[in-house]
Write a protein that binds this ligand. Structure first.
Ligand code: UGA
Length: 443
């Protein structure tokens, strides 16, 4: 099948590479000529395990193309996937200008029947607006080509995106058009394996499903973080509590790991956006507001422990913190809404020096943090701890799970670890002579 994918971010590029891998002809469109040039020369501009190999191979074999011209991508395509960004505005609502711009261009340039698929995460009602925009543009040029607008939200996780796309838990297709639903079933057949995994519903329900899924997951995380904070105070261990509640199948073990709060480009933005949408319809979503509030507080929990520890030593001013992990989670170079950045801003504002290391996110973090003389991003984790007053672990990269504790102890000015991801065992740390502070376990 011929597919045009607009936007080569995580969702667009992964979808494109995976569709091409299944034998489809895919043309990717991106307005950024540098990105297109890089992709053509086999360089993938985002860090995602396995993606570069998939992109370069499918490009070399001719199933994947890259262009800056939407008109070129539209030419032969039956499906036009909109995968452009929907960044949050100041008030938390999603900025849909890129989505609408694509819709307008489709209306201006299309020369035959198209199925326009919203894959970007967009508020309920967006597909209807996309339809209106395309109709208006067609009307302006006196054209009357048929088209359909479908909502097909994406559920992939950064760091595991190819696996999620290739073996999805479900594929949501929002359309009232039976023929369009059949065409999408054919397109997704090789991925969904069993046709039961493809769930067809109304457009607005599909749009809502995406938000409900992310908000449910964010709720689980804020819930366990709340429980963890209570555990610390009452002398309980959240690891045991997690095991205890997760064994109930209705609750499950997944996505109830306490930590430094959820970050990334999805949960924080989507929870706020659904709160905003509900507000537009005169409804106050109390639970979702609390999920967001708990998360904002959780992002400050580790910095607070550090400040408390140093409070009777003149505060954090002039002290140095080794910080392991800048990405919002492991296996990505993405630092959007990362708790690490918030921590760094808060602690440097109090005069603390930071020596940070991340296996891949250093450059992006440096760009976000700007010029701050108190922050150094160093080349490896042991370089970070040299002479530092404490170590804080913020991202759960595998290489931090079993480090050389003797070397860390020798390098630090004092054996002190703040662990925002509960990677280590308190008894092991005590045995090794570290003062160890983590999340949801008695100190
Ligand atoms: C999330 C969803 O998991 C995907 O299903 C969805 O498609 C995607 O958003 C999206 O809307 O595009 P992602 O943001 O890549 O994926 O990352 P997650 O693995 O979900 O992690 C989000 C945050 O929650 C991270 O900061 C992570 O550290 C945190 N987290 C996750 C916890 O604190 N505890 C957990 O138990 C799980």
């Amino acid at each position: 099948m011929n597919i045009c994918i607009v936007g080569t971010g995580y969702v667009g590029l992964v979808s494109a590479a995976c569709f091409a891998e299944m034998g489809n002809n895919v043309c990717c469109v991106d307005v950024n000529p540098r990105v297109v040039e890089k992709l053509r020369s086999g360089e993938v501009h985002i860090f995602e395990p396995g993606l570069e190999e998939l992109v370069t191979r499918n490009y070399a074999e001719g199933r994947l193309q890259f262009t800056t011209e939407l008109e070129e991508g539209l030419e032969d395509a039956l499906f036009v996937f909109i995968c452009v960004g929907t960044p949050p505005r100041e008030d938390g609502s999603a900025d849909l200008s890129y989505v609408f711009q694509v819709a307008a261009t489709v209306g201006q340039k299309m020369k035959g029947y198209k199925i326009v698929v919203d894959k970007s995460t967009v508020p309920v009602g967006t597909a209807d607006k996309v339809r209106e925009i395309i109709s208006e543009e067609l009307h302006k040029r006196g054209a009357s080509f048929e088209f359909d607008v479908v909502s097909n939200p994406e559920f992939l996780k950064e760091g595991d995106a190819i696996n999620d796309f290739m073996k999805p838990d479900r594929v949501i297709v929002g359309t009232d058009n039976v023929r369009t639903a059949e065409l999408l079933k054919t397109l997704y057949g090789p991925f969904a394996r069993s046709r039961d995994k493809l769930i067809v519903m109304g457009v607005r329900s599909a749009e809502m499903t995406k938000y409900a899924a992310n908000c449910m997951l964010a709720t689980k995380i804020s819930f366990i973080n709340e429980v963890a904070n209570i555990c610390e105070r009452v002398g309980a261990d959240v690891r045991d509590v997690r095991r205890g509640i997760g064994s109930d199948h209705r609750i499950g073990y997944q996505f109830i790991y306490p930590g430094v709060g959820y970050g990334g480009s999805c949960f924080p933005k989507d929870v706020k956006a659904l709160v905003g949408t509900a507000g537009e319809y005169d409804y106050e979503p109390q639970l979702l507001k609390a999920v967001d509030d708990v998360n904002n507080r959780q992002k400050t929990v580790l910095a607070k422990k550090i400040r408390n520890y140093f409070a009777n030593q003149g505060g954090v001013q002039g002290k140095t913190l080794a910080l392991w992990g800048l990405a919002f989670k492991a296996n990505t170079d993405d630092v959007r809404e990362a708790s690490s950045l918030e921590m760094i801003r808060e602690l440097t504002a109090q005069g603390m020096r930071i020596r940070a290391f991340d296996p891949v996110a250093g450059t992006r973090a440096a760009a976000e943090l700007g010029d701050n003389p108190l922050v150094a991003i160093v080349a490896d984790e042991y370089e970070a701890v040299k002479g530092a007053d404490a170590l804080a672990v913020v991202t759960e990269w595998n290489q931090f799970r079993n480090p050389d504790f003797d070397r860390i102890k020798r390098s630090l000015a004092a054996p002190l670890i703040f662990d925002g991801r509960n990677l280590y065992s308190p008894s092991l740390m005590a045995g090794l002579g570290f003062a160890y502070f983590c999340i949801g376990r008695p100190d």
